[in-house]
Design a protein around this ligand. Structure first.
Ligand code: SF4
Length: 205
């Protein structure tokens, strides 16, 4: 991945702090993480998918990793029946040409869309530019989801939340790409910090 291209849209705003000194405002980009990857038992089966990753735990303790479950945020209970994107992927669900259904045909599309919208709002509110989301989930899958036949057959596609975040410039990795994601986050933070410092120097000269 070309990190320089991917961070083209990153902006930061210098400001005069109340001390009267010129200091950079540095809202460093944070990391959105599927809540189940951080040990929260929010999956459809009532379990988690805890990565037990030291670096991730440290980011969580520092308030730099933000856990989020779009399906719970969208109003679904734990546990809940498994669901899959049917007749298309997450982008198609957003476009209205596919649905999210349970095996029994219950239509959960509205819940999945609501959860995705809340994930996007959280990213905007908290300066999140990067996400690590759970692979094959109909919400969080980023390179694979199941094909809608409820036979656990994966296809190359993304879930509803991942698709919406990507449509708005958030870079999404799966948990299998965690080191890549952390490197990318560090790159974003360095770029943001340098840009803020440069802007402040220019404004203060
Ligand atoms: S919606 Fe995402 S965060 Fe929630 S349980 Fe499923 S994979 Fe984990």
């Amino acid at each position: 991945m070309d990190y320089r291209q991917s961070t083209a849209g990153i902006k930061s705003t210098p400001m005069m702090q109340s001390t009267g000194q010129c200091e950079p405002e540095s809202p460093l980009p944070k990391l959105l993480v599927s809540a189940c990857l951080l040990g929260n038992p929010v999956r459809y089966d009532g379990k988690s998918k805890d990565l037990n990753h030291l670096g991730l735990q440290q980011l969580l303790e520092q308030g730099q990793a933000i856990p989020f479950c779009p399906e719970v945020a969208g109003g679904l209970p734990v546990p809940r029946p498994p669901a899959e994107c049917v007749s298309g992927d997450g982008s198609a669900v957003i476009a209205g040409s596919a649905r999210v259904l349970t095996r029994d045909g219950e239509d959960l599309t509205a819940n999945f869309l609501a959860g995705a919208e809340q994930a996007l709002k959280l990213c905007r509110d908290k300066q999140i530019r990067v996400a690590v989301l759970t692979e094959t989930s109909p919400s969080c899958g980023s390179t694979q989801i199941y094909d809608g036949s409820f036979s656990r057959r994966p296809v190359a596609a993304s879930g509803v939340t991942t698709a919406l975040l990507r449509q708005h410039g958030i870079v999404v990795f799966s948990q299998h790409q965690l080191e890549q994601a952390l490197n990318y986050l560090a790159f974003c933070r360095q770029t943001t910090s340098q840009t803020a410092t440069r802007s402040v120097r220019e404004n203060c000269n």
